[in-house]
Design a protein around this ligand. Sequence first.
Ligand SMILES: [Zn+2]
Length: 233
Amino acid sequence: MSEQDKTEDLRRVVVIAAHPDDPEFGCAATIAKWAASGREITYLLLTSGDKGCHDRDVRPGQIAGRREEEQRAAAAVLGVSDVVYLNYPDGLLENTLELRRRLSLFIRERQPQIMLAIDPFRRYQLHPDHRAAGQAALDALWAAREWYLFPEQLLGDREPWRISEAYLFWAETPDYWEDVSEFVDKRIEALRCHASQIGQRAATLEERVRDGLRATAKDHGMEYAEAFKKIKF
Ligand SMILES: [Zn+2]
């Protein structure tokens, strides 16, 4: 199989995450690199981050609206125009059967070949939304390919769908390093879009991003890298 065919087979990517800004803090440079290579990337945000503000005078609906806009802007920087929100309440996300069913349907309809998601198996991952989002994404990946799970979704022409590769970010035991040396600036620019979350940290953002990606790349023959646990199916 040629490189061209392989790229064609792995063209559609879905990024499933808990909050606006997770994709950028997780793997923005990889997303930018893959988008630049012609991959079609869709973000599926399970919440809109409506609790992501410590000002008691700001209502959850206000902050959610702002964060959805910030997320769209950040996605646009990376070359992603398709951003979908499911609007579950921030901080209270659970890996329910209902959520798994929705994600399974989304996967069966969009037919992505690659999934990017939060690694739910990282020890001491304290944010319950991050655990739930990663687990739900993988459970839905599993369900989507099995004809006997959520069979009501397959009553018409819709078929089960097998995702080929999953890349889990914030992984404790990464085994795949993406060389993102050309896309560090994109990660920084996209993160700056999340102004409501970056706040005072904006001044040191670039330095911290460069230090982090350089440390990740160390020992892997690259200057800057993002790391993942990669699962092939
Ligand atoms: Zn998050």
